[in-house]
Design a protein around this ligand. Structure first.
Ligand code: NDP
Ligand code: MG
Length: 387
């Protein structure tokens, strides 16, 4: 099988690399990364990739040097990422972080490749467009986000019209039990430490605000074509159950597993087979307890904002994600506080409500990119007034 990995040097990328390294039937077409060219070059040599691409023009020479004598092609920049996505392959991992991950995945669908989708921003910003593109080219999108992989697995052999509800779990993040007063002083170091999952910095902080879960609720709606009120979130601090599907006969099918992304990645890599994977087996007696609690909308407004975004439809998902990306950058830079992130996203959406583009149907990557830029500009301006 021919594979390409976008965002190979990240957390999901490394887990994908680990699984690919264990196989001897894989032909690696393209690997892409950002600034970590040393690691990208190591991966490319190790998997004998045809092509290695850095997203940044100014990293080209360093990557070229790191791969000299290897015979591996080297390229840099956004256009090179798109060209890499157009290279014939069978399976593509979409694991770039942020809205930048949308275009390469979209292009991979046009050649009919199977898209293993970790980049949740793709469905949040351009869900209908992506699903249409997949259908048009008879390409398959397989979810890699653990909750969505869990729902997908629970639905195997089931009729989607018999589904009453889907429940995705949230760990609650490092601040699950913190008061509002404590949250006001939450630091970057505290927000960047996840209690159960080991992930990239951005998604880890998004888990602390519950923006990650907010994105996932929208992702669930787009992927499984459910009504917003069918999608529920439950806080489950142990992160053992990833999602549950409720059917009209009252049955709830839960998906359990150790918090290791190689499960969902491996499932998408081997689908429709279920192959052996190097995942720790759960010891239920040792776990002893699985607990649940309702998310608190007062301390964590992100889920309420996601509901509003789903009501608005159109480009609201792109605006929501863009504002969230700016808020995250501003928090990481130390310009705004932890709770300001949700405030900034809410104010950005509010200021876009009078803009007809917000609710226009998503027709092309260009209109998504335009809304992304507009919301980024507004959020950046609003953030400067908060500091
Ligand atoms: P990381 O930050 O660990 O990795 C991101 C990858 O994207 C790196 O390869 C990075 O390159 C590259 N990259 C960063 N910015 C750009 C850009 N502008 N253009 C092109 N490439 C870029 O992220 P994660 O692996 O944690 O997450 C990846 C995606 O998967 C996200 O959408 C996330 O929400 C989703 N996801 C992640 C999970 C996890 O467990 N980590 C779980 C479920 C979903 P470099 O580092 O070389 O600069
Ligand atoms: Mg997830």
């Amino acid at each position: 099988m021919r594979v390409s990995v976008f965002g190979a040097t990240g957390s999901i990328g490394e887990s994908t690399f680990d699984l690919l390294s264990r196989r001897d039937d894989i032909e690696t077409v393209a690997l892409t990364g950002g600034r970590n060219v040393t690691r990208l070059a190591q991966q490319a040599r190790s998997l004998s990739a045809q092509l290695a691409v850095t997203a940044h023009d100014d990293c080209y020479l360093a990557l070229k040097q790191a791969l000299s004598g290897s015979g591996i092609e080297v390229a840099a920049g956004t256009d090179a990422l798109i060209a890499a996505a157009e290279r014939p392959t069978d399976w593509v991992m979409s694991a770039i972080v942020g809205a930048a991950g949308l275009a390469p995945g979209f292009r991979a669908l046009a050649q009919g490749a199977t898209l293993a989708l970790a980049n949740k921003e793709s469905l949040v910003t351009a869900g209908p467009l992506l699903m249409r593109e997949a259908a048009r080219h008879n390409a398959r999108i397989l979810p890699v986000d653990s909750e969505h992989s869990a729902v997908f697995q629970a639905l195997t052999g089931e009729d989607i019209t018999t589904v009453e509800r889907v429940i995705i779990t949230a760990s609650g993040g490092p601040f699950r039990t913190w008061s509002k007063a404590q949250l006001a002083g939450a630091s970057l170091a505290q927000a960047a430490k996840h209690p159960t999952w080991d992930m990239g910095q951005r998604i880890t902080i998004d888990s602390a605000t519950l923006f990650n879960k907010a994105l996932e609720v929208i992702e669930t709606r787009e992927y499984f074509d459910l009504r917003p009120e069918q999608i529920e979130v439950i806080v489950h601090p142990q992160s053992i159950i990833h999602a549950l599907v409720g059917f009209r006969d009252g049955a709830l099918m839960a998906h359990l597993g150790a918090p290791d992304m190689r499960h969902a990645i491996g499932y998408a890599l081997n689908w429709p087979e279920r192959a052996a994977l190097p995942i720790a087996r759960l010891d239920l007696a040792q776990l002893a307890q699985l607990s649940f609690e309702a998310p608190d909308p007062d301390r964590f407004p992100a889920l309420r904002l996601a509901r509003e975004v789903m009501e608005l439809r159109g480009h609201a998902g792109a605006a929501f994600n863009a504002a969230k990306e700016v808020a995250l950058d501003e928090f990481i830079a130390g310009h705004i506080g932890f709770q300001d992130m949700a405030l900034l996203v809410e104010r950005t959406i509010d200021s876009l409500l009078s803009n007809s583009g917000l609710t226009d149907a998503v027709e092309s990557l260009e209109t998504v990119a335009a809304m992304n830029q507009m919301a980024r500009d507004i959020a950046t301006r609003l953030a400067s007034r908060m500091t």
